[in-house]
Design a binder for this molecule. Structure first.
Ligand SMILES: [Zn+2]
Ligand SMILES: [Zn+2]
Length: 308
């Protein structure tokens, strides 16, 4: 099956988009050239009705992101253009960055549960990291005479890899830690009370499900800690709620195809998304096609809103 839709597209209204030519108009032109029929913009968005955003999401609020509606050209070149959003689910606090009221402004909503690169916002740092930072903070205060606030800020800049030499005691099995988090956050999202209301307003799909951002290199090891039985249980919940799962250019790996097969067995529907942040990256949506083939998917397996 050809990938004729891409509903995970970031334009310059997303802070992590570095392509200043990434306007709605240029994307429409590029997707028309590529023969894509359905284009969905899904910029990172936090709805200010929900407390608990971080600095990064502060600017990327719903009002700011909805500017895109006024930036669409009159001529869509025959493409069905949808305005959606990629919001956030902070598993560690069970905070969903979108309300049902806010979702009324959208054609669809993508929710990620796997932005595990956002430490201490989406997922807590492992205990060794927290302990090492505390130790370094104290050393900085002692050695440099800086204030506690300043020392804390300096220590917070060090990442897990940089802090490893300072780890003491028992080590956390990090791949298992992330796996357990992904399972728990997926399940907590399914039972989130606001999600039930959102589903009455817009179609919802899970962005890059079980694809841990920033931990791609150890993704296979992470997934090996999640049993098929667990995937069956979780994807049954998604299917019952009519929540879709995203298929993207990174699905065509044995450990990922395995859980997508389980999702098909449980009756899940799917969306297609490249997660591109550049005009050049739009062509990557075709790289989802081998996974579509391997999984034997047809139009019937896709969520209605991404069909032509
Ligand atoms: Zn994402
Ligand atoms: Zn994205």
């Amino acid at each position: 099956m050809k990938a004729l839709a891409d509903v995970h597209v970031h334009n310059f209204l997303s802070s992590c988009c570095r392509d200043r030519t990434a306007t709605a108009e240029n994307y429409i032109k590029r997707y028309a050239e590529l023969g894509v029929k359905v284009l969905g913009f899904a910029n990172h968005t936090w709805d200010d009705r929900v407390a608990g955003n971080n600095e990064w999401y502060h600017k990327q609020n719903l009002n700011f992101e909805m500017q895109i509606k006024s930036q669409l050209p009159a001529d869509r070149l025959g493409i069905k253009v949808l305005i959606g959003a990629e919001t956030e689910f902070c598993g560690m606090t069970k905070t969903l960055g979108m309300s049902a009221e806010g979702a009324k402004e959208l054609d669809f909503l993508l929710i990620p549960h796997s932005h595990v690169h956002m430490k201490n916002f989406v997922i807590p740092d492992i205990p060794e990291v927290l302990a090492a930072r505390k130790k370094i903070k104290n050393k900085l205060m002692e050695a440099l005479g800086v204030s506690e606030g300043k020392a804390k800020e300096m220590a917070s800049r060090l990442n897990q890899k940089e802090l490893e030499p300072f780890f003491e005691g028992e080590r956390t099995d990090y791949p298992k830690y992330v796996a357990d988090f992904l399972v728990q956050s997926f399940e907590d999202l399914m039972f989130h009370p606001e999600l039930e209301k959102i589903l009455k307003v817009v179609p919802v799909s899970i962005a890059h499900p079980f694809q841990p951002c920033g931990d791609g290199a150890i993704s296979e090891e992470i997934i090996s800690h999640i049993s098929d039985e667990t995937f069956h249980r979780l994807f049954k919940m998604a299917a019952e709620r009519k929540i879709g799962l995203e298929i993207n250019p990174y699905c065509n790996l044995p450990h990922r195809l395995n859980y997508y097969k389980i999702a098909i067995e449980e009756g899940c529907k799917f969306t297609l998304g490249s997660d591109t942040h550049t005009i050049q990256g739009a062509e990557k949506i075709a790289e989802a096609e081998p996974a579509l083939e391997a999984l034997g998917l047809t139009e019937e397996n896709l969520m209605d809103f991404i069909r032509i």
